[in-house]
Design a binder for this molecule. Structure first.
Ligand code: SF4
Ligand code: SF4
Length: 421
């Protein structure tokens, strides 16, 4: 049983979150169940608690208990629940942190009910109860700690970058090619993920395109967003915003990481009330522009292997990039075969929402990725491209579990491999 102070805090949190948008979502649901079969998690598990409308129902029951007259008068009839009801809180935790935030349910819902938005309220309540996901909290705190002590990490980082530069010079036949860091007045600040796999191919592309760029010392990933803690998420994003301002760059390019792009391009303004003072781009968009503008050229049909493409939910349905990746793939190969369905109707791979970082979710996410694995097998493709780190990690797991016999690549890797030099 939660203590009275915590209970009061949870009620206050819910109260603070009640606005027109939430009330619309809670009021308008017609219980039509169309969202049920749009959710890969319900479709694979057949467990009713994963029906999107049921997840929202848990918040609706709390709302009725504390803010609706009928719910207060007739709690049994209206299924109103106490905010410290242990069973409810345990279900709320499971269905909230299980949701990948793919928003396929919203796309199919006749009223466009955004389950992800409702579950952001659930995360706020769980946080005020001290029941947030611990792994996501630790990862968020580690990112904040790194931001506060960046000088401790800088030397190792610079050494790692210097060791990789010969590879770029060899690849693009340019003895001056480098990975610049801390470069004032660069046009572009590129924000990668941790690890050279998201730095090296991008550096090859930027250097070949002769972009005046510099590399961020921070990673794009924002676990505060997955945690549902907008204060931590803002602090993590602020590291990048401050760096971009200090270096006076014109554009921040976020690597192939769907949620990181959305954080910088959409949520940062919502959290701070201020637009970042620079243009925010997604790397996939920049690469497609560089090819269109003739800044880089790619080799056509380097192999006859069938190539397919997974629309990451945060890049496609929630980010709006559908044609850019297809333009790039078609510039390299005539052997592109679409997954069915795709674009707005694309199935989630099952790994979003931070699930790939949570070991206790491994079995569940790999099981619920079965639909995606079957879709991929049907194409008989030998290469799958996906411009999102979460998706690629999940696709690697699916490859192993479901014997897909496929190479999983990022778009920057695919382009760098096939760059004309
Ligand atoms: S956002 Fe995706 S995972 Fe979450 S409930 Fe909707 S369909 Fe299911
Ligand atoms: S599809 Fe929309 S209206 Fe129908 S049950 Fe799901 S959330 Fe409610």
């Amino acid at each position: 049983m939660l203590d009275i102070e915590k209970k009061e805090l949870m009620i206050q949190t819910l109260k603070n979150k009640v606005n027109k948008q939430l009330l619309y979502y809670l009021d308008v649901c017609a219980r039509c169940a169309i969202c049920r079969d749009a959710c890969h998690q319900y479709k694979v598990t057949r467990d009713p608690k994963y029906i999107p409308a049921y997840r929202a129902e848990l918040i609706r029951r709390l709302y009725k208990k504390y803010f609706s007259v009928l719910g207060k008068l007739f709690p049994k009839i209206y299924e109103a629940k106490d905010i410290d009801d242990e069973f409810l809180l345990s279900e709320l935790y499971q269905v909230t942190y299980a949701c990948t935030g793919c928003r396929r349910c919203m796309y199919y819902c006749p009223f466009s009910i955004d389950t992800l938005h409702i579950l952001s309220v659930a995360k706020a309540i769980l946080l005020s109860a001290g029941m947030e996901n611990q792994i996501l909290r630790e990862l968020s705190d580690a990112a904040i700690m790194k931001g506060e002590n960046i000088e401790l990490f800088k030397d190792i980082f610079v050494t790692m970058l210097k060791e990789s530069e010969p590879e770029i010079r060899e690849k693009i036949k340019d003895k001056n090619a480098q990975i610049p860091i801390d470069k004032k007045n660069a046009d572009v600040l590129y924000v990668a993920l941790s690890g050279m796999h998201s730095i090296l191919p991008a550096a090859i592309i930027f250097d070949k395109a002769k972009i005046n760029w510099t590399l961020s010392m921070f990673e794009a990933a924002n676990y505060g967003y997955f945690l549902g803690d907008s204060q931590k998420a803002k602090t993590i994003a602020d590291r990048i915003v401050s760096e971009a301002k200090r270096l006076n760059v014109k554009e921040v390019i976020i690597t192939e990481c769907g949620h990181a792009y959305r954080v910088m391009n959409f949520f940062y303004e919502a959290w701070t009330g201020q637009k970042p003072p620079f243009k925010v781009s997604a790397l996939i968009d920049s690469i497609s522009r560089y090819i269109k503008d003739g800044l880089i050229e790619v080799n056509k049909n380097p192999s006859s292997e069938i190539v397919t493409y997974h629309d990451p939910c945060q890049v496609g349905r929630n980010g709006g990039f559908f044609e850019e990746p297809r333009y790039v793939i078609n510039a390299i190969t005539d052997n592109f075969r679409e997954l069915t369905p795709n674009r707005t109707k694309s199935w989630c791979c099952g790994g979003g929402g931070g699930l790939v970082a949570i070991p206790e979710m491994d079995e569940f996410r790999i099981k619920t990725g079965e639909i995606k694995a079957n879709q991929i097998k049907e194409t008989e493709a030998r290469i799958i491209i996906s411009p999102c780190e979460n998706c690629r990690l999940q696709l690697d797991s699916l490859n192993e579990k479901y014997g897909m016999d496929i190479k999983v690549k990022s778009m920057m890797e695919f382009v760098a491999e096939n760059l004309k030099v």
